[in-house]
Design a protein around this ligand. Structure first.
Ligand code: ADP
Ligand code: MG
Length: 665
């Protein structure tokens, strides 16, 4: 079960940080409640009932603590009733209101606690998996700590720990898992977040240094193929596309290795820049690679690139789900040089992939790849030009910090005639409004997406794709052809469903965020996001970009399932008026901190889920500065002091022998 969470070793276990703590040290007695107040209460369940109400069917759970009673209420989520039983000891936080002659707390955060002992008043909350509750994880982590804590050693130079006001590593690990107070928990998080960002920054800076030292590549001088490609397009490039292509051309003609990050909102036309670059490599006698995060997107890109480059280049395809024979043939042609451009997934990072003359790599949807993978590609082959593209528009200041090793191009304009996706945030009770619009669009021959936060039903009460799929088939969308797509499906089944949607045979695609990246179906004009509050604004913006890829008016409905939590609906409302990805990203950054922009792969062994550490911008900038100082102090071929070299060897271990590569060059 732990393996499902990416945990294989004791170290992995200790690195499984709680993403939140519930501070029950401030539990309010029910006798002392005040209306409209946000509080935490604890008590014993004495009744569980489902009753009709104005706002739909309501689940009412009565709780008593000996001084008074309070009802926890959920609307239209009666499936939660299975999780409560009489006599159960729970705590709940939320806003209390006086209604129907009793205290009510609508859609509270809650936890089954067992008997609370005074030592447990601060409860760490971990991400869970089937069969493994947060409480169980906590218990096992505590055991591990009691045995292994003394082995945790310091990896950050002492001077730096003092200057930044951090805890020691050992204290940080103990206090993040067993916090005696909320303040110390925050400090432990800060320490661990700082370490992660420091490692990342050191890796990026070392890579940049190494790139600067790398031998110059032969300057590209021929651009006839890419120019012919631009002439063949049925549309005129936007000014931003022209500018970006100029920047790329300058890099390629300079004789230095290109390391460029291309940011552009969904639908801004990044693929054109990618194809232009790939053809530039081909025109100069090199091979080009387009690395894509998902199978579905890879197949789609393969088709696009093939059409765009017909008669100019030979395009190959490589993915993990290919048959061995097909794959062997592709690899042969690649090594022999008869494939000019390879489009594919991670499969092209495998050691058995040999290139005749790899000159340029484009990575699409960079945020879906781990930093490690980016490092790997740039090190294993002979310094090819790199263009990484991302549709998660990151505010410029942050981009420079996160991708400090890259130059930045921005496509900040959409092709003419594109209409913003009309967006509405709806409460659960108004869901029918969304599906009425969907039915209208379908009747007019269009297609629709329905996006859900989970694959299957989880404890959290969030909506799952499977559940919504079953509901829609027999409910709102009866009679239409509906497909289900999520990451747990066999790959060929997933690809088949997606192809069915692309071909228009499937009218409605119920999916998880597997569709977040890149999928381009112009006929899809409508999207419903269920449980929208589970997503960040940047992701939601990215998602709705899937609808609205043609010139027709398109619609997106965000259904917020926790109607009681006013803030989350407020947060979402911003999307009704904001239509530019950069503004959305700025807002997201302000609301949720920079953690979600990291693009660190979340589940690789040894990679830490940095999002759970709640990295702040301050930490980011401070760690970057410290990393800079450390790297600067490395100059001159002098053996670094012991403390520093042990830090570097940790960075090395985390990011795949970066320094070894740097030395051997
Ligand atoms: P993204 O930046 O999200 O990857 P794409 O490259 O997939 O966007 O482009 C979105 C759509 O817009 C594609 O169908 C593409 O052919 C089209 N497109 C790209 N550039 C232009 C342009 N200058 N004018 C009109 N349509 C364009
Ligand atoms: Mg794209």
């Amino acid at each position: 079960m732990f393996a499902a969470l990416g945990v294989r070793t004791v170290q992995d276990l200790l690195d499984l940080f709680p993403f939140r703590i519930d501070d029950f040290s401030r539990i309010r007695k029910l006798r002392h409640l005040e209306p409209e107040e946000k509080v935490t209460v604890a008590g014993r369940v004495f009744s569980v009932a489902v009753i009709p109400s104005m706002r739909g069917r309501a689940l009412r759970v009565g709780v008593s603590d000996g001084t008074g009673t309070c009802y926890l209420v959920w609307y239209n989520m009666t499936y939660l009733s299975k999780q409560f039983y009489r006599g159960q000891q729970i705590v709940a936080s939320g806003k209390v209101e006086w209604r129907r002659n009793s205290w009510e707390m609508a859609h509270p955060r809650w936890e089954a606690t067992g008997e609370l002992s005074s030592g447990d008043l601060i409860v760490p909350i971990y991400h869970t998996t089937a069969g493994l509750s947060s409480a169980t994880i906590s218990r096992i982590v505590r055991q591990a700590l009691s045995i292994y804590a003394h082995l945790i050693d310091e990896c950050i130079p002492g001077e730096l720990v003092r200057r930044q006001g951090l805890l020691s590593q050992r204290q940080a690990y103990v206090n993040i898992h067993c916090p005696p107070s909320a303040e110390i928990w925050e400090k432990a998080r800060k320490t661990l977040a700082f370490r992660e960002v420091l490692f990342l920054q050191l890796a990026l800076l070392l890579m940049k240094r190494q790139n600067q030292e790398a031998k110059p590549t032969k300057p590209y001088s021929r651009f006839d193929l890419p120019e012919a490609f631009v002439r063949s397009l049925p549309f005129r490039l936007t000014d931003a596309q022209v500018r970006t292509i100029d920047e790329i051309r300058n890099d390629l003609a300079s004789g230095r290795t290109m390391n460029r990050l291309l940011q552009g909102d969904v639908g801004s036309g990044k693929t054109v820049a990618a194809v232009w670059s790939l053809l530039a490599a081909v025109a100069n006698g090199y091979q080009g690679a387009l690395l894509v995060p998902t199978e579905v997107l890879a197949r789609q890109h393969f088709q696009t690139v093939e059409e765009f480059t017909r008669g100019m280049a030979r395009v190959g395809f490589l993915s993990g789900s290919q048959g061995t024979r097909e794959k062997r043939l592709t690899l042969q042609e690649l090594a022999g040089g008869s494939i000019d451009i390879l489009v594919g997934t991670h499969a092209m990072l495998e050691p058995d992939v040999r290139w005749a003359k790899l000159g340029l790599v484009v990575t699409d949807e960079q945020h879906r790849f781990g930093v490690r993978q980016r490092l790997r590609l740039s090190y294993d082959s002979d310094a090819p030009h790199m263009l990484v593209m991302s549709a998660t528009p990151i505010p410029r200041s942050l981009a420079i910090t996160l991708f400090g090793d890259l130059d930045l191009s921005v496509i900040d304009e959409l092709p003419q005639g594109r209409k913003p996706v009309r967006t509405r945030v709806l409460e659960e009770g108004s869901r029918h409004l969304a599906y009425e619009r969907v039915r209208k669009e379908l009747a007019a021959g269009r297609q629709a997406y329905v996006v859900c936060p989970l694959i299957r039903e989880g404890k959290s009460g969030r909506r799952s794709a499977q559940e919504v799929f079953d509901e829609l088939r027999t409910g709102y969308l009866r009679g239409f052809s509906i497909g289900l797509a999520h990451g747990d499906m066999p790959r060929d089944k997933l690809a088949e469903t997606m192809q069915g949607f692309v071909d228009g045979k499937i009218q409605v695609l119920v999916a998880t965020t597997v569709i977040e990246v890149g999928v381009d179906v112009k006929n899809a004009t409508c999207m419903v996001v269920e449980g929208a509050e589970s997503f960040g604004l940047a992701t939601l913006h990215q998602l709705r970009g899937r609808a609205g890829r043609g010139d027709r008016q398109s619609y997106c409905f965000m259904i917020s399932s926790r109607e009681a939590e006013g803030e989350s609906a407020e947060r979402l409302k911003a999307l009704e008026t904001l239509h530019d990805g950069f503004s959305v990203a700025e807002l997201d950054l302000r609301q949720r901190g920079p953690g979600q922009f990291f693009g660190l792969k979340q589940h690789g062994a040894g990679e830490i889920n940095i999002q759970d550490l709640g990295v702040s911008e301050d930490i980011l900038y401070a760690a970057r500065q410290e990393a800079k100082n450390l790297v600067d102090s490395l100059e001159g071929g002098v053996q670094p002091p012991f403390e520093l070299s042990s830090l570097l060897s940790k960075v090395n271990a985390r990011f795949g022998n970066l320094l070894m590569h740097a030395r051997s060059r």
